[in-house]
Design a protein around this ligand. Sequence first.
Ligand code: SAH
Length: 219
Amino acid sequence: MPVGSHMGIGMTSAGTRQRLVRRLEEKGIRDARVLEAIGAVPRHRFVDEALSSRSYEDSALPIGRGQTISQPYVVALMTEAILGEALPDKVLEVGTGSGYQAAVLAQLARRVFTTERIGELLRTARQRFHELGLHNIYTRHADGLGGWPSQAPFDAIIVTAGGRIPETLPAQLIDGGILVGPEQRGSIQELVRIKRSGDEFVKQDLGPVSFVPLLEGLE
Ligand code: SAH
């Protein structure tokens, strides 16, 4: 039996992935480009093999080091929130984690820049990008709170850990660019969308979410 032949027999098949896509559509994800991107990325490759049978459920799953791969619905929602009519050229992600959100973005943006503070998680994610031929993802072992100044400005920024979003991040958007991320407000997190127009930043609430914390420094 060839390596990976388990992939065709059920829990991780293309049909299972299409069921997840239908589920996200039912939950309100409308943008066909986002649904297609979710349908194109093998989420089971972004979790430990022991969890692969659960990888097309619409839930967050542990990825080690106390971190999680985000829930597919939230990945879709954030991706939808940054898309305008034209597809983005450059997108920055803070919090690579498993690499799944970056892989979804890589279907839609010309280049994805993603930062992760935990070296071990980043190494695994890089390996996955390599194996899946995702050559338009650029990674950096860095505290993403500072953004990625040498690559700024970005058409869009996605923050995938919850905290206080520093002003340095929206400042790295192009005029008209959009940042999406969870903002910590006391004990709850609210997903916010910040749109830059000139020197103004217009914030909109998108609903409550639950992410792992946005932390300073490297590990
Ligand atoms: N986008 C990821 C979600 C991972 S969870 C995915 O699709 O799997 C959020 C990640 O953000 C964790 O891996 C955590 O280590 C990382 N993180 C938290 N604070 C960070 C910071 N300041 N800079 C970079 N990464 C950070």
